[in-house]
Write a protein that binds this ligand. Structure first.
Ligand SMILES: Cc1cc2nc3c(=O)[nH]c(=O)nc-3n(C[C@H](O)[C@H](O)[C@H](O)COP(=O)(O)OP(=O)(O)OC[C@H]3O[C@@H](n4cnc5c(N)ncnc54)[C@H](O)[C@@H]3O)c2cc1C
Length: 392
């Protein structure tokens, strides 16, 4: 009987354990250690309690767009266990899924408890040690002094490092938050809280940009476009202590297209005031006019080339100073973790300690929002299970 320790009863750990037990229950004994009083506490609240468990990958042009870190390993692991495999896995166990127009996949019930329920069933033959925060993995494969033949670390994002591996020779990539909103101290902007527009945003002085719905909040900017930018620029923003400048293109279009759109309004509706013929929602449009220094009662026909230039510039490159990131817990994942260079190529197995494997957010793999992070937990958890099953 092979003894397997899984450290962390989150998405990756429970998925790995369920696959081990389903395929070799008689050949191995699985012990799951979980620091919290019950397993999968985070999985229950994912996607606002609906659990966006994967994505159909139709809205991205390359894997790098979804996985700013770890895209090469994810490319290999997705060949072993893809988003489609994930859908089949859960559907064949009685959880119908739906794919939204935005490519995100949810349980048809819109209830994360259905996903948790399937995994709870899958791990029922494991020995679950809840309330046990593992302190040490020994170089001999022991976990807090208990001997094991395989140890799978699935302890999730670790903002302060991974003390349980202190006695092991493993490379660690410094962790920083990813997927967070940005504080912007601009009264006129924040007064427009609640507004959502399709926009593109970029971090000035960096190559990073992102587009998608942009939400104005009472503390600054949020929504998918900002979360995406925070993921792409996670390291630069951490290095600058979350200060810098953000450029907003309010129409998510090239400058020339914005100019053409405004010229068309000026030609077709010259007698209407700027405030009356608008390419954007009224509350946002008044902000743009204020920031461009234009009166809202000017007629489109009186705007002239200088006024038009100012409007185009304000719409395509509106700059705001970033003033930190909100301190409440809105970051969903950590970038960084166990360096992928520690692993046997294309696997999640340690080069130095063949009995040691890693899966989930503890690895230096993270993604933008949309179900890609949970897909990483499933694909890496699957790979860890297959690697152990092959060794039996
Ligand atoms: C609010 C929120 C919503 C999210 N929504 C989505 C979503 O809809 N779709 C998506 O793709 N991603 C989402 N994510 C991200 C996703 O939840 C994570 O990427 C995913 O849970 C990572 O899985 P994991 O198993 O690696 O880690 P986790 O799910 O974090 O599990 C790790 C487990 O290990 C335990 N642990 C840690 N240290 C020890 C120790 N020393 N000993 C024993 N146990 C330990 C922890 O208590 C935890 O239970 C969301 C994240 C948050 C915070």
């Amino acid at each position: 009987m092979s003894r397997v320790a899984v450290i962390g009863a989150g998405a990756a750990g429970c998925f790995c354990a369920a696959n081990l037990l389903e395929n070799a229950a008689g050949k191995l004994a699985v012990s799951i250690f979980e620091a919290h009083p019950s397993p999968m506490e985070k999985l229950r609240i994912t996607g606002g309690g609906r659990c966006n468990l994967t994505n159909d990958f139709g809205g991205i042009r390359s894997l790098k767009e979804a996985y700013p870190r770890g895209e090469r390993l994810m490319g290999r692991l997705l060949k072993q266990f893809s988003n489609e495999d994930c859908c089949r896995w859960f559907e064949s166990r009685g959880v119908p899924l739906v794919t939204q127009e935005d490519h995100c996949v949810f349980p048809a019930s819109q209830d994360a408890a259905d996903i948790v329920g399937v995994l709870e069933k899958g791990i029922r033959r494991a020995t679950l040690h809840t309330g046990h925060a593992v302190k040490q993995i020994g170089a001999d494969g022991s976990v807090d002094g208990q001997p094991f033949d395989h140890v799978v670390v699935t302890s999730g994002g670790a903002p302060k490092g991974l003390p349980m591996t202190a006695g092991l020779d493993l490379e660690w990539v410094l962790t920083v938050p990813s997927l967070f909103s940005l504080s912007v101290r601009d009264k006129a902007l924040c007064e427009r809280m609640g507004l959502v527009v399709q926009a593109s945003v970029s971090l000035c002085g960096s190559p990073h940009k992102a587009s998608g719905p942009l939400l104005i909040t009472d503390w600054g900017l949020s929504g998918p476009a900002i979360l995406r930018l925070s993921s792409y620029a996670a390291r630069e923003l951490a290095a600058s202590s979350y200060k810098g400048e953000i450029a907003v293109n309010w129409m998510d279009a090239p400058e020339a297209d914005i100019r053409a759109r405004l010229e068309e309004i000026a030609v077709s509706q010259p007698r209407r005031q700027l405030s009356q013929a608008r390419p954007l929602p009224e509350r946002l449009w008044t902000l743009i006019m204020e920031r461009a220094g234009l009166r809202s009662d000017i007629r489109w026909g009186e705007l002239g080339s200088k006024g038009l230039r100012r409007l185009v510039s304000q719409l395509s490159n509106d700059r705001y100073a970033i003033d930190g990131r909100p301190r409440f817990r809105d970051e969903f994942v950590t970038a960084g973790g166990i360096a992928l260079t520690n692993l046997v190529p294309n696997t999640v197995q340690s080069r130095k300690y063949p009995w040691l494997l890693f899966a989930g957010e503890v690895l230096d793999i993270d993604a933008i929002t949309g179900g890609f992070n949970l897909q990483a937990a499933w694909s890496t958890g699957w790979a860890a299970a297959q690697s152990i099953l092959k060794s039996l």
